[in-house]
Design a protein around this ligand. Sequence first.
Ligand SMILES: [Zn+2]
Length: 311
Amino acid sequence: MARVLFLGGLGRSGTTLVERLLGELPGVRALGEVVHLWQRDIVDDERCGCGERFSACSFWAAVGDRAFGGWANVDVERVHALQAAVERTRHIPRLAGGRPPADVARYAEFYTRVYDAAAAVSGCEVLVDSSKHSALAHCLRWASDLDLRVVHVVRDARGVAYSWTKTVARPEADNADEMTRYTPGHSALLWTAHNAAFGLLARRGVPVQRLRYEQFLAEPRQALTELAAFAGLRVTEPDLAFLGDGHADLTPGHSAAGNPMRFTVGRIRLRRDDAWVSALPPRQRALVGTVCAPMLRAYGYPLTQRTTQEA
Ligand SMILES: [Zn+2]
């Protein structure tokens, strides 16, 4: 049975960074955002984190052979149809209830086949899927033969909102494309809905560990050790040698899809991105702060700017 650490939360919450650091631990294979594998990789043949086109990456070729007898055998139209039918935020109340429609199990099976094959090909005990989508996590809850553990990554909603206003290119599409942008009001609503959905998942008995982005960057060594323990791994001091004082050394990975940071190799600074504190206009900050106030408080985020910087 594959053991999967699913990184959940609204985009721009630091999940890619968490995934990259987890991927440096022995016994862990980071897969990227598997939710996008069907279209962006199988159909569009975008780049793997290792820099190769998906079709030219030997890791993913071996996974596809083992899971489906080759990626060409995956009925992507069928995956999309199932996805549209079951994996929607509006379906979460139904997914969180009693027995869901059979399509949920059928949809989840596409993922478990990828996970099982990735575990066998990599020889790793733990796979990381940074798909983020709360509806997908609720679908995977119904998968048979899957050891699903969810890391719920939260970041201050005002930082998330600011990040969603910025333009980010997608290098995997050779810069022909940009990542989606949202207005602060829209991202505030999404932030609340997605985070509430992960709270619901925990109440349904799925192991969920909450991780604050800001705390992760304040003490990455401790945070990673705790995440590894949650994943059932024991981390020793030499396993964390890639972590330095305020930086980390990244080796190439095989993330199938996700934030452009998945291509970064070498030394990166581990520094909290607090640009929003000065760059998010006061009216927008107030709007996001008001919409998200109950959950910001629940997660321990002070609502005033000064104390937030100290959080
Ligand atoms: Zn690769």
